[in-house]
Design a protein around this ligand. Structure first.
Ligand code: ZN
Length: 172
């Protein structure tokens, strides 16, 4: 086991009672605080409650974590970074209608950035509509490097290093 999650709040699907979602999210964070394992945070249509809960828990005890498949606002990104979290970008960033996300992905600090597949979902351009495969992460990387004006090998090395820093139990 190298991490805890994914966990968090989803008010889009709203499949379970919000209080129960918050309670289980908090328990997962507490497990992270106790073990030092990073928490993988899912948040959808729940920015305010996610930030409030994360902030409260960081106030109790610091814990490592990542906002997975980031699609939230610029402001949310800044606050999550302030709480010490990493931000993970999926294939969504390559979509035509993702202008806001692209604007955020441009400035995220390189040492706090991860790239993910969310496989089997969210296949990036030029594979959009197909089953997402881990190999397609290379397309997301290439897109991000271009967007950020960075060398793709440098960005690949940085995001891999970030991953192993955060998920230290996965380190080779
Ligand atoms: Zn998720």
């Amino acid at each position: 086991m190298i991490g805890i999650g994914e966990t968090g709040l989803d008010y889009y699907y709203d499949k379970s009672d919000r209080t129960r979602q918050q309670d289980s999210f908090r328990r997962h964070i507490q497990a992270s605080q106790q073990t030092g394992l990073p928490v993988i945070v899912h948040t959808r249509d729940a920015e305010d409650d996610t930030l409030a809960l994360l902030g409260e828990e960081v106030g109790r005890a610091a814990f490592p974590g990542v906002i997975h498949c980031f699609t939230a606002s610029d402001d949310f990104a800044r606050k999550a970074l302030d709480l010490g979290l990493y931000i993970s970008i999926s294939g969504i960033v390559t979509f035509k209608n993702a202008a806001d996300l692209q604007a955020t992905a441009k400035w995220l600090p390189q040492d706090r950035l991860l790239i993910e597949t969310d496989s089997p979902f969210l296949a990036p351009v030029p594979h959009r509509g197909k089953t997402g495969e881990p190999a397609f992460v290379a397309d997301t990387l290439a897109y991000l490097a271009e967007l950020r004006g960075e060398d793709s090998d440098t960005l690949a090395a940085a995001t891999s290093a970030n991953f192993y820093r955060l998920f230290s139990k996965a380190a080779p």
